[in-house]
Design a protein around this ligand. Sequence first.
Ligand SMILES: *[C@@H]1O[C@H](CO)[C@@H](O)[C@H](O)[C@H]1NC(C)=O
Ligand SMILES: *[C@@H]1O[C@H](CO)[C@@H](O)[C@H](O)[C@H]1NC(C)=O
Ligand SMILES: *[C@@H]1O[C@H](CO)[C@@H](O)[C@H](O)[C@H]1NC(C)=O
Length: 271
Amino acid sequence: MAATSSFVKWTVFLVIFTSAFALSSSKPTKCAGETCKGVEAIPDWDYLLFVVQWPESFCLYYNASRSTNGDQKCIIPSGVRDWTVHGTWPTKIGTEGPTNCNNTWTFDFSKVKDLESQLQKAWPDLLSGSTYDSFWAHEWDKHGTCASSLPALYGEHNYFGSTLKMHSHFNMDSILSAAEIVPSKTSNYTRDAIFNAIKAGAGGMPDLTCYQKNLHDGSGIQQYLAEVRLCIDKTFKPMDCPKPSSKHVTRTAYYEPCSSKVPIMLPPITA
Ligand SMILES: *[C@@H]1O[C@H](CO)[C@@H](O)[C@H](O)[C@H]1NC(C)=O
Ligand SMILES: *[C@@H]1O[C@H](CO)[C@@H](O)[C@H](O)[C@H]1NC(C)=O
Ligand SMILES: *[C@@H]1O[C@H](CO)[C@@H](O)[C@H](O)[C@H]1NC(C)=O
């Protein structure tokens, strides 16, 4: 992705985005009575983590560790062959979150119904057997309700709509393939090569998480690139991700920060 064209596209996006917001920014209707009394203020945060995931790595992880989890199966929908969205996460430097900021604001799919086909393709739930909108509802409850302190992300339609726009703007498939980092059964990549490709293509140093699989013969680990987390400031400009503080390592429930000591694989989507 050429830096200039990417800047132009982004500027155009911001202009459209800002004017769209201006049109729809009439005050939200107030709820009557106690039933939908919202919170007064959202906890402070500094930047957004825009997180995309590599579906095959997620399913490799899921199948290896949770294959007995009831009826849930990790299935990559046939229309999905690219990086998909995990979520947009407001983050305070040096910590995780805040999360779950407004429990009165329950997810209502009808508010994003017009985005449905885009969401299915760009932001699919890879676990079949879960409720149709449970992944989106989860991301909204946990992260979307905290994003609402930024007017451009206030409410479901803004939160999901602007995340979809970031996904097409920061097109991870093009960014990586421009640096010849492509899905492959046989090639592998260094962490630095992936960092540099994303810094060049997206404009900021990301955080990378990997699924680290122990090899059966005990000879070490195999690393699969699982997530790219871009750090985006409150004006939607990419920034270098803050260095993890000693308190906060980007370890997740599933993955580890990618290690520079082991090659990284980007496994082709098989299913
Ligand atoms: C994961 O398991 C499902 C069946 O539960 C299978 O259809 C799918 O291909 C597997 N994916 C990977 C990457 O192993
Ligand atoms: C909390 O949620 C309610 C909807 O239940 C919403 O009207 C209100 O604006 C939210 N509060 C904040 C501070 O975002
Ligand atoms: C990484 O690629 C090199 C060269 O293609 C190969 O020799 C090596 O076995 C690969 N490592 C892994 C862990 O797949």
